[in-house]
Design a protein around this ligand. Structure first.
Ligand SMILES: Nc1nc2c(c(=O)[nH]1)N[C@H]1C(S)=C(S)[C@@H](COP(=O)(O)OP(=O)(O)OC[C@H]3O[C@@H](n4cnc5c(=O)[nH]c(N)nc54)[C@H](O)[C@@H]3O)O[C@H]1N2
Ligand SMILES: Nc1nc2c(c(=O)[nH]1)N[C@H]1C(S)=C(S)[C@@H](COP(=O)(O)OP(=O)(O)OC[C@H]3O[C@@H](n4cnc5c(=O)[nH]c(N)nc54)[C@H](O)[C@@H]3O)O[C@H]1N2
Ligand SMILES: [Mo]
Length: 777
């Protein structure tokens, strides 16, 4: 039966009790007039519009995608799909897909052939290499391609060209997840898994609006809440989201801190945890370092002080601490409310610390999910297209660099490792200063998604900057391009994607891409061949030639690393239900949970980075780290809070937070082209409390103007249940479907250029704003 999944985003309930298996519910959506019997082929894939990795089969008829169906057997979703997955595939067949390359001629983008487009890129690359060396080239990629594509891009940029200037938009997304995992456990890699929802008695969501952003994971929580022995929830979010409401209804707690005060809040919770005697001293003594420092820091965060700093009720803080401290099996999730806010890494690490103090890792129901956002952000990070080295290798460890050089058969000195990799915000700063003279953007739309858009437009528009954009559509960003390359996407190419709980799926090609559009993998390999990149024996580099051979090389390169995937291949993944890494000869079915044995990948010879000072971002050196943590135990990080970069003041009295809505994905290049999703939320809006609306002289539905020191947005006002002093703006709305608007629609007109010192993730959820009526147009 088909239900309207816009009106009922989570579908029908299938309640289950604690420890029982999550029942199957198969969701299906087919194009109008197509019945299940009309489908000629079902092609296995997983969803590409969030990080949940919901497994699905793509329905094909007459060479076209005509629908999707969830896979009943898969561990991630047991057949369920969210609204974006049910409707979003329609964008693939949108008539305005790019079908040929474009080059700029006389100021205009005009269609051309692949040779002309690629030759221009190669000519520019050679010229920059000759003038400035590899540091004149910049590559800004995404969390939405496949593993094989990142692995290839990293090989080409780091091993082939020898440039450190490669990062992903994962910097905007889950850089803090990666950093927090490194800083606490020694390496990226999710300790917990989704099946922990089945066993937990307390589920804590820190800055994570899972109901809107991973709706199938939320179905699992809702089904537990409706069954026997349900969990209680803690929600930490300034907004009263679905999650917040469910937390209250479950007998749990909703804490709505002042934006940007996550760290003092966490320190307050840890203070109470210790005071209440809820730490597992044996676990802490056996498996961690840093307890004395931690105790000294959190001693300075008594409940009254924290309640004041965060603007919350002291009783609620105590209730939350009792909930966390009293849990038998605690599952925590963390996402953008922490990662895109002030002191992001420190606050995210405090959640890890909570689990270390309670000894709650690696057992059913006891896990941390430092969530991902984009569908393949994990792969970006694994393959080193996020500015790190592939295989969670440590750029500051010469043995790791040598190992990777051996795998690629290139000189170790070719792989840049003199200093930290260039992060995305630095890529744009270097382009601004003229140090980077070619910027190749793949699978991301920075002219809408980066902070402070007026500046981003200025950077991209510079005459001396050669901009390549590889996308499915003309976007706000392609309008600054010198060359536009038409890419194939999900459904049109084959590759591996890994979700937020380490589950690996193979998504197979279902239909041909439109026109001359090509898989990103083919484009990167074509570039390498045209550049005539060679390994140290003079062989063509990279040596692989398609997705299957790329994956085989990638999997082999992970041997012995925390993410070991030597047990995986396309063949093994084909048609299979998702498999969690590490997957090796010893663990051929994968590994549900990490660190159950209290052993962590933090040994100085093995770890992915040497820990940073979380206030300054300075890394420690190898010797200092070896002295501090010779056995490689987990690290309890202790950090005090520091002031916000731009606190509200008399001129800009409101705290501005930005984020998501259920039906749209990012800059809506896909969801804005799916009629059901677009119609559900066609236009930007502003949310605030009744008190703030009244103060601004505004009523529900009024046309309002939101201003910051950087720009303005005009939109209809919605009065919602939101903390006073806070405004919320969805960030999905750019200009491609609103031509003529005067840069007054995108949330990032307003945001400021500032980032977390450790993860370098921009703080999209901090900043001061003023609200008032919009001046008549
Ligand atoms: N529908 C939909 N789903 C998506 C996406 C999408 O675009 N649309 N994108 C995917 C991607 S890439 C990502 S990264 C994830 C993001 O998923 P989420 O992190 O769940 O989404 P956001 O809306 O960015 O932010 C979550 C919450 O943070 C809260 N918040 C804001 N400031 C603070 C603060 O200072 N402290 C705390 N504790 N909370 C705060 C906001 O009120 C918001 O409800 O979603 C993924 N799934
Ligand atoms: N204010 C504010 N800003 C934010 C955020 C926020 O919460 N608030 N969140 C941040 C986060 S978490 C994220 S992840 C970013 C997302 O920001 P972006 O990455 O800029 O957003 P998308 O719209 O997903 O852009 C992806 C682009 O890749 C194209 N594309 C899709 N599939 C493929 C493919 O297979 N190949 C190629 N070559 N192209 C493809 C799409 O058409 C689209 O243009 O935004 C960040 N910006
Ligand atoms: Mo993201």
């Amino acid at each position: 039966m088909t239900t309207d999944r816009i009106a009922h985003p989570w579908g029908a309930r299938t309640p289950y009790g604690k420890g029982a298996p999550w029942p199957v519910r198969v969701d299906l959506q087919l194009a109008e007039g197509v019945a299940e019997a009309d489908v000629e082929r079902w092609v296995p894939a997983a969803s590409l519009l969030h990080s949940n990795g919901d497994a699905m089969d793509v329905a094909v008829r007459e060479g076209r995608i005509v629908g999707v169906r969830g896979r009943a057997g898969d561990r991630v979703n047991r057949g369920r799909l969210g609204p974006k997955d049910l409707y979003g595939w329609q964008a693939n067949a949108s008539p305005d897909r790019l079908t040929r390359p474009l080059v700029r001629e006389g100021g205009e983008l005009v269609e051309t052939d692949w040779d002309t487009a690629m030759d221009r890129i190669v000519a520019r690359t050679r010229a920059v290499l000759a003038d400035d060396g590899p540091e004149g080239l910049g590559f800004y990629t995404t969390g939405q391609l496949f593993a094989e594509e990142y692995w290839t891009l990293a090989a080409v940029v780091q091993g082939g060209l020898g440039s450190a200037n490669l990062d992903g938009n994962t910097r905007l997304c889950t850089a803090t997840a990666a950093e927090a995992l490194k800083e606490s456990f020694g390496s990226d890699g999710q300790p917990g898994c989704y099946a922990d929802v089945d066993h937990a008695d307390v589920i804590a969501l820190f800055g994570h609006n899972v109901a809107a952003t991973q709706p199938v994971l939320w179905c699992r929580v809702l089904d537990r809440l409706g069954g026997d022995d349900p969990p209680r929830l803690l929600c930490v979010d300034p907004r009263t989201t679905e999650v917040a409401r469910a937390a209250r209804d479950s007998g749990g707690v909703h804490l709505a801190p002042r934006p940007g005060t996550n760290l003092p809040l966490m320190n307050g919770l840890l203070h109470l945890l210790l005071e209440n005697g809820h730490a597992d001293e044996a676990y802490v003594g056996a498996h961690t370092v840093g307890f004395a420092d931690l105790a000294a820091v959190v001693a300075d965060y008594p409940p009254a002080t924290v309640a004041e700093l965060c603007g919350i009720d002291e009783g609620d803080l105590r209730a939350a601490a009792a909930l966390l401290g009293g849990a038998d099996r605690l599952l925590s999730t963390v996402l953008q409310g922490f990662y895109q806010s002030h002191q992001a890494t420190a606050a995210a690490c405090a959640v890890n610390t909570l689990h270390l103090l309670r000894g709650m890792l690696g057992r059913p129901g006891c896990g941390v999910l430092q969530m991902n956002g984009q569908p393949t952000a994990e792969n970006t990070r694994e393959c080193g297209a996020n500015g790190d080295l592939a295989g969670f290798r440590n750029w500051a460890n010469p043995a790791h660099v040598e190992e990777l050089a051996g795998i690629w058969n290139v000189d170790p000195d070719k792989i840049p490792h003199e200093g930290p990799p260039t992060h995305a915000m630095e890529l744009f700063a270097q382009a601004e200063q003229g140090a980077i003279r070619m910027l190749w953007i793949s699978g991301t739309n920075p002219a809408v998604s980066l902070p402070e858009l007026a500046r981003v437009r200025r950077v991209l528009a510079q005459d001396d900057l050669f901009v390549v954009v590889q996308d499915l559509f003309r976007t706000e960003t392609t309008e600054f391009a010198d060359v536009v390359l038409p890419a194939a996407t999900w459904g049109e190419k084959t590759g591996v994607l890994t979700n937020a709980d380490r589950t690996v799926h193979l998504a197979e090609k279902a239909v041909d891409p439109p026109g001359e559009a090509r898989p990103d993998l083919d484009i990167f390999l074509d570039f390498a061949r045209r550049m005539d990149l060679r390994d140290r024996d003079g062989q063509a580099f990279p040596p692989w030639h398609d997705a299957e051979s790329a994956f085989a090389a990638w999997a082999a390169s992970t041997a012995g690393r925390p993410l070991d995937q030597t047990g995986l291949s396309h063949e093994k993944l084909r048609g299979a239900d998702g498999i969690q890494w590490p997957c090796t000869a010893d663990a051929p079915d994968g590994t549900p949970r990490l660190y159950g044995d209290g052993r962590f990948p933090a040994h100085p010879d093995h770890c992915e980075n040497f820990p940073k000072d979380l206030v300054t971002g300075e890394p420690s050196d190898a010797d200092a780290y070896r002295a501090r943590n010779p056995e490689g135990r987990a690290l309890l990080r202790a950090v005090r809070h520091v002031p916000l970069p731009e606190p509200p003041d008399d001129d800009y009295p409101l705290a501005l937070i930005t984020g998501r809505t259920l039906v749209h994905f990012h800059t809506r290049t896909k969801t804005g082209r799916a009629p059901e999703l677009q119609e559900a939320a066609p236009e930007v809006w502003i949310e605030c409390s009744a008190a703030d609306a009244a103060r601004a002289g505004l009523a529900e539905g009024d046309l309002a103007e939101l201003r910051t020191r950087r720009g303005r947005v005009r939109a209809r006002l919605r009065i919602v249940d939101l903390r006073e002093g806070v405004v919320f703006l969805p960030f999905h709305y750019g200009y491609w479907d609103a031509p003529g608007r005067d840069h007054d629609r995108a949330a990032n007109e307003l945001t400021l250029t500032t980032w977390d010192p450790a993860s370098k993730q921009p703080a999209f959820k901090t900043g001061a704003a003023a609200l008032g009526p919009a001046a008549p147009a």
